[in-house]
Design a protein around this ligand. Structure first.
Ligand SMILES: [Mg+2]
Ligand SMILES: [Zn+2]
Length: 213
């Protein structure tokens, strides 16, 4: 089975730092339509989120559950069902196993639910999302919503270059995703010598990837 892993803040809902109340939940334009299409293609939708505000004492576990309930309702009324929401409630000082970019949550979840990580995607807006996907050998996708633009800069600094479409096309090779990108006009950012990450303006644009799968 294949999954579409999704970061929460800046991807599934609009980015508000340390969002703590259900009333603050806002669904980005096109997000419902996008996730319906992914779901219809047989992807199990799973949110993966770091909520260090719990450990930092900014809000409680129950506050987060109320927010997640709201997210499930907002999407659910349009037929989009998240199978699960995986969460790390810790902050870096806690030295936990689960905080992204650790692949722990993706790997343990995938073992339990027979998810083929190589055929699955992880859409995120932060470096920790991209690195989590890479660490779990899942296919990373960057969206420029939330902190995405800042992340693109960060990744380009890491790699010293952002490939334009043509040059990227020549360099992309290997898996089907990269073959597809070679024939497409999508931008992607080079993370290191081995990995190129497709970039999309928003969640709705990511449905272009469905054609590769
Ligand atoms: Mg995020
Ligand atoms: Zn954790």
């Amino acid at each position: 089975m294949k999954a579409l892993f999704l970061d929460r803040d800046g991807v599934v809902i609009e980015y508000i730092p340390y969002l703590s109340k259900p009333e603050q939940v806002k669904i980005p334009d096109g997000a419902i339509e996008a996730l319906k299409l992914w779901q219809d293609q047989g992807y199990r939708l799973v949110i993966v989120t770091n909520q260090s505000g719990i450990s930092r004492g900014y809000f409680t576990y129950d506050d987060v559950m109320a927010i997640h309930q709201r997210i499930l309702e907002e999407y659910g009324q349009f037929g989009v069902q998240f199978a699960d929401i995986l969460m790390c409630p810790h902050q870096p000082a806690d030295n936990c196993h689960c905080r992204k970019p650790s692949p722990y949550l993706l790997e343990t979840y995938s073992q339990h639910h027979h998810i083929d990580l190589a055929r699955s995607y992880f859409i995120g807006d932060a470096p920790s999302d991209i690195e989590c996907a890479i660490n779990a050998q899942c296919q990373p996708v960057l969206v420029l919503t939330g902190r995405g633009k800042e992340t693109k800069q960060h990744l380009s600094i890491v790699s010293q270059e952002i490939i334009d479409n043509d040059e990227g096309g020549q360099k992309a090779k290997g898996n089907r995703q990269q073959e597809f990108l070679k024939q497409s006009n999508y931008a992607f950012v080079k993370y290191n010598d081995a990995i190129s990450i497709p970039i999309f303006d928003c969640l709705l644009e990511t449905v272009k990837l469905i054609r590769v799968c």
